[in-house]
Ligand binder design. Structure first.
Ligand SMILES: Nc1ncnc2c1ncn2[C@@H]1O[C@H](COP(=O)(O)OP(=O)(O)OP(=O)(O)O)[C@@H](O)[C@H]1O
Length: 209
């Protein structure tokens, strides 16, 4: 379980949210909503252990993030606005590198199968810098399938994806939660129908105008 207790954050002396509390259980998907600047990306970074709040606590499996240290990163995928890909490497090489870094075995056949699922088989050997925005996004999202981690933190994952790819990602998220995984995502659009067990959290209601 991921638990957020009385979290408060401010940016440039302006409160983003105050006393924010929620919990996410295995199999659930949290849809973070809110106006531009409400603090969705800021919260996601805190949940990813990349920044800290002014007050409150985040716990993972009952233990505070600070106590987990680097071990926490092995439990999650964080996909932010930047795709986290090496531009000069291919999607295939990026995937293998990500697996190596995470210490998970990934055969060439499995990597290619994942890229095929992501609709990138014909681009698997091209340098990422030559890909379209949507193809780069698909290459980044392929890590979700290739490297098994329980918690997915996804910042606007549907942006730049065409309708088919959005539906595909919806299926991946649905499959992940069906298997007991957890997903927290930001999105300004409605989520694909395939995703069940959605909790909505609107940060606009907590932000100071
Ligand atoms: N490092 C920073 N230093 C100062 N202000 C920051 C920093 N990061 C974010 N902010 C400010 O915090 C507020 C919330 O930003 P954030 O990116 O979390 O919003 P968001 O809800 O994700 O917005 P959007 O929907 O536009 O992506 C904004 O006003 C932003 O300018």
């Amino acid at each position: 379980m991921l638990s957020v207790s009385r979290l408060s954050a401010e940016r440039a002396d302006r409160p983003l949210f105050t006393d924010l509390s929620f919990a996410l259980n295995a199999g659930q998907c949290l849809h973070l909503r809110g106006a531009n600047g409400a603090g969705k990306t800021s919260l996601l970074k805190m949940l990813a252990g990349l920044s800290t709040a002014q007050a409150g606590e985040i716990t993972w499996q009952g233990k505070a993030l600070a106590a987990w240290g680097d071990d926490y990163y092995a439990a999650l995928h964080y996909l932010g606005h930047k795709d986290g890909l090496k531009d000069l490497l291919s999607p295939l090489a990026n995937l293998k590198l990500a697996a190596d870094v995470s210490g998970q075995a990934l055969s060439e056949a499995s990597a290619l199968k994942t890229l095929a699922q992501a609709g990138l088989i014909r681009q698997s050997d091209l340098a990422v810098r030559t890909l379209s925005q949507g193809q780069k996004k698909r290459a980044a999202l392929a890590k979700l399938l290739a490297i098994s981690r329980p918690l997915w933190l996804l910042d606007e994952p549907f942006v730049a994806l065409d309708q088919a790819a959005q539906n595909q990602l919806g299926e991946w998220i649905a499959q992940h939660t069906r298997c007991g995984g957890m997903v927290i995502l930001t999105s300004h659009q409605a989520l694909p129908d395939a995703i069940q067990n959605i909790i909505e959290l609107d940060l606009s209601q907590d932000s100071a105008a």
